[in-house]
Design a protein around this ligand. Structure first.
Ligand code: T1G
Length: 694
């Protein structure tokens, strides 16, 4: 077995190298030999300085998340950092790839940090429902200042090397030969004879910090926490760095970490961390399946979805040929894209040069022949099967033989679309979520004939453009929208029986959703659902009446709510209340106060149940894939881990009992508990770890 920690020498400088693929996580198997190595070097008089480096593709990516929840094994990371800080000789961290979480905390235990120019540094623990647990909230503010530390730690977002240099998080950037530069840096510091001060003794950025400004920043960040505990704990821990002596702040951080790591929210968010990676492991699409090269993407349709999809690829550095029916529609689409980038520039999240660079990656056209050079073409045209089939038969005629042809359909049968080409093996669905340049989720819809290398290519390009992919099978609405239909199947009855749109939406936002179903309908536009229902001969009493009055939601200033003077803030509308009451009276429905628990039972339980039917049918391979769909595409609160993980907490027997109760009352199939749900509950197994044959 290869050594996870080795010591080599470059003269009087010792190099400690961690080698623990794939990301040098600081498991016990690394910590123990690392502690021994540092203790050995501390006492070695021939060593004048120490460089801490990593083999492989990255510096330490953090503590080993798989160890959480298991018995602690010493030395813990904080013991190692204390050992590092006690070393009088200059210690230098040589950072390449990413120094994240415990990896950055380890580097903060060194006197100096040298970063490769492409490196990134961050404390993403908040995304796992945690605070940094090895001194990050106490040391980082001492280097970069409380305000920058607060933003880095509460967002969990890494910073690139140049930003790290500008904020004194790193002491130098290495354009090349990182290790040699780090050794030279250590040598210079050793030769200078000046004792290097550990980060814990650097209080300059802390003393006199503006606590009022800090508290104002923290309050603003807290408003976005939406029931998550970790962001608040992170802010408190950074505040402690300002107000408490170092060791007290360290102890307080430890206390917060210990509380959070055993809490439900962190367990939910750690479940999602691994679930996201599991979702990319697709049966029949192993590492041996070579993806096709994607050098240029074609997007058909420059409307809301097409424009957003085109931006998603351009943002990933991939040139896009953007096709529309006519020049006027094309110019309108390009103008919207330009405006979106201009907003990013005005917000400071994009430079003018970067905006120009991205706009230069668009090749607009109204000629299908120009798609001939594209390696992947995605259509985002009108959601109508006849239109899609026509587009694909035209595509089939012009696209190159190795091209992948994708549909962005939200509901329609990908196999039927594929059948309109001579190459169904090259066809799949790439279902983006609006706004496509922002929303993370990408449902990769696998057709019956879709070739493995086409799926491998889609998974690779998804990662390249920063999307979170989940491979799903073909059914109406795939995974997300099919479950969304189940979630709203009984919503109108709840309105008729006495729950107002506002009451229902408040139950959802109280649960942790960014908005409730009725606010969501008003945002998306009621006319979309109205058109779908008419196409399928379905009725929705209240929504249909609202649409007949032209109340399509935010875009018409009124829907389930009122939106006064172009505001996006929903205001309950007495006219809607009256319409609901009239509809109830016409149907002889007696109205009553509907408890919050009933609203959850009649919306989220059918949604969970539909998820188990999706698993039974093999439309999703794993229950955790469904959790990834819902937390990345629909705002299911990450602190609850997704519908499947949450169902385990809610209790499967209770869910079944309530589903059967409501099924007895209204006979709706969405309330009929699936055989799989009943089997898993009877076995006493967790739903969230179920793996099917999808
Ligand atoms: N622990 C255990 N396994 C990890 C891991 C970690 N920290 N990071 C990644 N893996 C596994 C991952 O599950 C996958 O496994 C493989 O490595 C490749 O990962 C005390 C408490 C570094 C940017 O949150 O962000 O430190 O699927 O597919 O796309 O304060 O991994 O192959 O079996 O993601 O190239 C804080 C988490 C931990 C960083 C690389 N650190 N990792 O991305 O590869 S908590 C993090 C990442 C902590 C301290 C606290 C990414 C990456 P498998 P990958 P990638």
């Amino acid at each position: 077995m290869t050594e996870t920690v080795t010591i080599t020498r470059d003269g009087e400088i010792a190099i400690v190298t961690i080698d623990n693929p794939p990301v040098n996580a600081l498991g016990f198997g690394v910590r123990e030999p690392l502690q021994k190595a540092l203790e050995t070097l501390t006492g070695d008089a021939s060593v004048a300085g120490i460089v801490l480096a990593c083999a492989g593709r990255t510096f330490v990516a953090g503590a080993d998340i798989t160890e959480f929840g298991k018995p602690k094994q010493r030395p813990e990371l904080r013991d190692i950092i204390e050992t590092l800080e006690a070393i009088r000789k200059p210690t230098v961290a040589a950072i390449h790839g990413a120094a994240l979480g415990g990896g950055l905390e380890l580097a903060l235990g060194c006197h100096f940090r040298i970063a490769d120019k492409g490196a990134k540094l961050g404390l993403p623990e908040v995304k796992l429902g945690l605070v940094p647990g090895a001194g990050g909230t106490v040391r980082l503010p001492r280097l970069v200042g409380p305000s920058k530390a607060l933003k880095m730690i509460v967002s969990g977002a890494p910073v690139p090397a140049d930003v790290a240099l500008a904020s004194a998080l790193v002491d130098a950037i290495s354009e090349s030969s990182l290790l040699a530069n780090a050794v030279a840096f250590a040598r210079d510091k050793a030769a200078s004879g000046v004792a290097a001060a550990p980060v814990r003794n650097r209080g300059g950025q802390i003393i006199g910090a503006d606590l009022a400004a800090f508290d104002a920043d923290a309050a603003e960040l807290a408003r976005k926490a939406r029931g998550l505990e970790a962001p608040l704990a992170c802010a408190q821990s950074v505040r402690n760095a300002i107000t408490l002596p170092f060791d007290e702040a360290l102890a307080a951080e430890r206390e917060l970490f210990t509380k959070l790591v055993s809490g439900d929210q962190s367990r939910a968010q750690r479940h999602l961390f691994f679930a996201e990676r599991e979702a990319t492991k697709v049966p029949g699409v192993g590492k041996e399946v070579a993806p096709r090269e994607i050098r240029r993407v074609g997007v058909i349709g420059a409307g809301t979805m097409g424009g957003g999809i085109a931006m998603a690829f351009v943002n990933g550095g991939i040139p896009v040929t953007l096709l529309e029916m006519n020049r006027e529609a094309l110019d309108r689409g390009l103008a919207t894209i330009e405006k979106n980038y201009a907003i990013s520039v005005s917000r400071g999240s994009l430079s003018e040069d970067a905006k120009a660079g991205r706009m230069a990656l668009f090749a607009p056209t109204t000629d299908y022949a120009d798609l001939a050079e594209c390696d992947l073409v995605i259509e985002a045209v009108f959601e109508d099967m006849a239109v899609k089939r026509e587009v694909f038969s035209k595509l089939d005629a012009v696209a190159k033989p190795t091209a992948i042809l994708a549909t962005n359909t939200s509901y329609l049968d990908v196999n039927e679309i594929a059948a309109s080409t001579s190459r169904p093996q090259d066809v799949l669905g790439l279902h983006f979520f609006s706004p496509a340049n922002v929303m993370k989720l990408l449902e990769i819809v696998r057709g019956e004939k879709t070739a493995p290398d086409v799926l491998a290519t889609a998974l690779g390009v998804a990662k390249r453009i920063g999307k979170v992919p989940v491979v799903v099978g073909v059914c109406h609405g795939f995974v997300g929208n099919r479950m969304l239909s189940a979630r709203s199947a009984d919503a109108e009855n709840l309105l008729l029986e006495g729950a107002s749109p506002d009451e229902i939406d408040k139950v959802f936002t109280g649960f942790g959703w960014p908005m409730g179903p009725f606010q969501m309908y008003d945002l998306a536009g009621l006319d979309i659902g109205w058109r779908n229902r008419k196409a399928r001969g379905q009725l929705a009493v209240i929504a249909d009446r609202l649409c007949e009055q032209g109340r399509f939601g935010q875009k018409t200033g009124k829907g389930f709510y009122l939106y006064e003077n172009g505001s996006r803030t929903p205001v309950p509308d007495p006219e809607v209340t009256q319409l609901i009451e009239d509809s109830a009276r016409e149907r002889g429905v007696s109205r009553r106060a509907v408890p919050a628990g009933e609203i959850i039972e009649r919306t989220l339980y059918p949604m969970v149940n539909e998820g188990t039917k999706i698993l039974e049918e093999g439309i999703a391979a794993r229950a955790s894939d469904i959790d990834i769909v819902w937390t990345n595409g629909y705002g299911f609160p990450v602190g609850k881990g997704g519908p499947m993980f949450w169902a385990d907490f809610e209790g499967l027997p209770k869910i079944i009992e309530r589903l059967e109760y409501w099924h007895g009352g209204n006979g709706k199939d969405v309330f009929r508990p699936s055989a799989l749900l009943k089997r898993i509950a009877a076995e006493g197994s967790p739903l969230s770890t179920f793996v099917g044959n999808g």
